[in-house]
Design a protein around this ligand. Structure first.
Ligand code: DLL
Length: 433
């Protein structure tokens, strides 16, 4: 069965896609120049005008935008359309500084729902599907984004939002939901609860999950897939660019196809800003080609990943981005070594633990400390101290070989680490306090 929502775009030849992007980019730069004085000043400072941008090949000439710019412009400073054309805002859950507010016109919402529809159809959604949207609704983009895409595909949509886990499970069973959309950490929690209720993969009607909004490892994917008997698809996006659906996974599960007719991705060296070739790791930067109300050019996401043009057997020609490894701002530097929470997660899951853990960083006598608290699974739970110590030592060795530094590992009782209904908070860095 073909699984495309807009085949013409999703399988467009590279030549046609380039032409489409070239045309849209020229128009978008002009739109920003005419309507967003803040960015126009940035261009003037670099000595460029819209005439300098004739195609995608000129993209590198444009100045970057960063989260700091967005905060400086809060709330209306980057608005690209008159307020009477704007119909919605969403906002990031940022805990530091001013929140980022993004604006949408009706047309922006329509194009955004195309993106999430593509993700849903790639995961097997049809008009006959029942789709449970368990991302948060409200200012967060997850709920609204998948909800609108699900409507557009014609699925029966269950806008349940996050939380109330037993009710989630009741609806999945009673309505025979085939697709669930939520964060991977909430999916893991749902799976854990289903197991506790005695529901095995064969008794769970779900066939697929669309999980994103936070970094998650391949090991976590396979855990969730096994527990619920589903195929777990990754989806990526950020509020500043619309929300979920900037890129999405196909059944190959080898990276996420970027919706290139709406967003041009680049990978840059985060220190120098230099554009890096495909298959090289660096910071992801996006230019939105169609957004009217919040048209960001060369927005630095701070997400670290790679792009690949290798052919995908699903038939889509859209470039793929790897699973983001983490963010430049959640990379921990511990005793001078770069540590990503995702590396720690990989070691834990490879050793049979679940993704219920907490990383606590501190500083004692000017030396950084790294403590990892990990829940034992109910199956491995024991009060035999010798056994616990042996397990802890094995994890210390595993982490040492992955990270190159020594961590202290403490095994804790099952269910003693708080579960998350949205994005999980796994790092506590006491050095900043
Ligand atoms: O998290 C949008 C979203 C909702 C995406 C639902 C997918 C599903 P923000 O709250 O603005 O928007 O956070 C954006 O989350 O820059 C990444 O660091 C991270 N992120 C999003 N998706 C993924 C993913 C939404 N699939 C920030 N893998 C981004 C890893 C992700 N990180």
């Amino acid at each position: 069965m073909e699984r495309y929502f807009q085949k013409k775009i999703e399988c467009m030849s590279l030549k046609d896609m380039k032409k489409l992007q070239d045309e849209k980019l020229v128009k978008q730069v002009k739109h920003v120049w005419d309507n967003v004085p803040y960015y126009r000043k940035k261009m003037e400072k670099k000595g460029i005008t819209p005439e300098d941008i004739r195609s995608r090949d000129d993209l590198h000439k444009l100045p970057f935008l960063s989260k700091a710019d967005l905060r400086e412009c809060y709330p209306y400073g980057l608005l690209g359309a008159p307020l009477e054309k704007c119909v919605r805002i969403h906002s990031t859950s940022g805990t530091t500084g001013k929140r980022v507010v993004a604006f949408y016109t009706k047309e922006d919402l329509d194009l955004w729902s195309d993106c999430t529809s593509r993700a849903l159809v790639a995961a097997g959604a049809t008009k006959k599907s029942v789709v449970q949207v368990a991302y948060g609704f409200g200012l967060f983009t997850g709920g609204a984004g998948l909800n609108d895409g699900s409507h557009k595909v014609g699925c029966l949509t269950v806008p349940i939002s996050s939380g109330n886990t037993d009710r989630q499970i009741m609806f999945i069973k009673d309505l025979e939901a085939s697709i669930i959309c939520c964060t991977p950490s909430y999916a893991a929690f749902l799976g854990e609860r289903m197991k506790e209720m005695g529901l095995g993969p064969d008794e769970i009607p779900l066939k697929a999950g669309i999980f994103g909004a936070e970094a998650w490892s391949e090991e976590m994917r396979s855990d969730i897939e096994k527990t619920m008997g589903i195929k777990a698809y990754d989806i990526y996006g950020l509020t500043e660019l619309s929300g979920p659906g900037v890129s999405f996974e196909c059944s190959e599960q080898k990276g996420m196809h970027v919706n290139e007719d709406h967003f041009i991705p680049e990978i840059i060296d985060p220190d120098t800003g230099e554009v890096l070739p495909d298959d090289t790791e660096g910071e992801l930067v996006f230019t939105s080609l169609d957004k009217e109300a919040f048209p960001l050019l060369r927005y630095r996401t701070r997400d670290i990943c790679k792009l690949s043009r290798r052919k995908c057997s699903c038939g889509r020609t859209l470039i793929r981005m790897a699973k983001p490894k983490g963010r430049t701002d959640d990379m921990l530097i511990i005793r001078g070594v770069n540590v990503f929470p995702s590396q720690i997660e990989t070691v834990l899951l490879n050793n049979g633990y679940s993704a219920n853990y907490q990383i606590i960083v501190g500083r004692v006598n000017n030396t950084d400390t790294l403590d990892v608290h990990v829940e034992m699974t109910p199956e491995m739970f024991t009060d035999n101290l010798g056994e616990i110590e042996a397990r802890q030592s094995k994890l210390v060795a595993g982490l040492q070989s992955m990270l190159g530094i020594k961590a202290k590992v403490t095994l804790v009782a099952p269910k003693s680490i708080q579960r998350s209904e949205g994005k999980a908070v796994r790092v506590i860095d006491n050095r900043k306090i």
